[in-house]
Write a protein that binds this ligand. Structure first.
Ligand code: 6PG
Length: 212
């Protein structure tokens, strides 16, 4: 983040949704970390959003706003929410794509127990999207209709951080980090070059494998 600000005067960050990032966002919004983040230079985006409004308890934006965005000195005009609740989600995706920089400086991603990331689910057609950078998708609950970044956005990101917590993710972590395989099977494989931050229970099976 600091390097991006030093080199380009700004840092374009895309946030992950779900539950895992919440404590990370909360810690970033509080001392001592809050003083180390260049909030004035951030442009905040999202990797995906569910087809709900910003006040909905299932909204990734709401989670990030409650945990961090509304607690730190960010310019609200530089926080770019995905309006996935719009009836025309395809147009909403096209509009969002125009806001995205050519390359994100930092992309935060989570992972589902099935190995999905953002709202790119195993076997999804969006995993083969090479032209559009943001598309409407259908996925798993709690809200099936979503908008997601596509593989080109992940591939172009300057830095990726993957946040994974919980024993239910251990099998997918082992499968993803334990050996090669198709992205269609485990979309999180798009982020293998990233920095993975794992809780011990999420890493348990992979550590077993690596110690073999
Ligand atoms: C979403 C997220 C998704 C999330 C994983 C993990 O909208 O669901 O962006 O990719 O990161 O589903 O979610 P948890 O952190 O809640 O396990």
């Amino acid at each position: 983040m600091g390097a991006s600000v030093a080199e380009r005067g700004r840092c374009a960050v895309a946030l992950a949704g779900g539950h895992t990032p919440r404590p990370v966002y909360e810690r970033l919004a509080e001392p001592p970390l809050a003083a180390q983040v260049p909030w004035h230079a951030l442009d905040v985006f999202f990797g995906d959003e569910r087809a709900v409004g910003p006040a909905d308890r299932n909204s990734n934006y709401r989670m990030a706003a409650d945990a961090m965005l509304e607690r730190v000195p960010l310019d609200p005009a530089r926080v770019h929410r995905i309006a996935a609740e719009r009836p025309d989600r395809d147009q909403a995706a096209r509009d969002y794509e125009r806001l995205l920089p050519e390359r994100l400086d930092l992309l935060l991603l989570g992972m589902g127990a099935d190995g999905h990331t953002a709202s790119l689910f195993p076997g999804a057609a969006a995993l083969h999207e090479r032209r559009r950078r943001v598309v409407p998708v259908s996925g798993a609950g709690p809200v099936t209709e979503r908008i997601s970044i596509t593989p080109p956005v992940i591939e172009a990101a300057r830095e990726i951080v993957v946040l994974v917590a919980g024993p239910d993710k251990a099998a997918a972590v082992q499968a993803a980090l334990g050996g090669a395989g198709p992205v269609e099977e485990l979309p999180i494989r798009l982020a293998l070059r990233g920095t993975w931050l794992l809780t011990a229970d999420a890493a348990a099976r992979w550590q077993e494998g690596t110690s073999a």
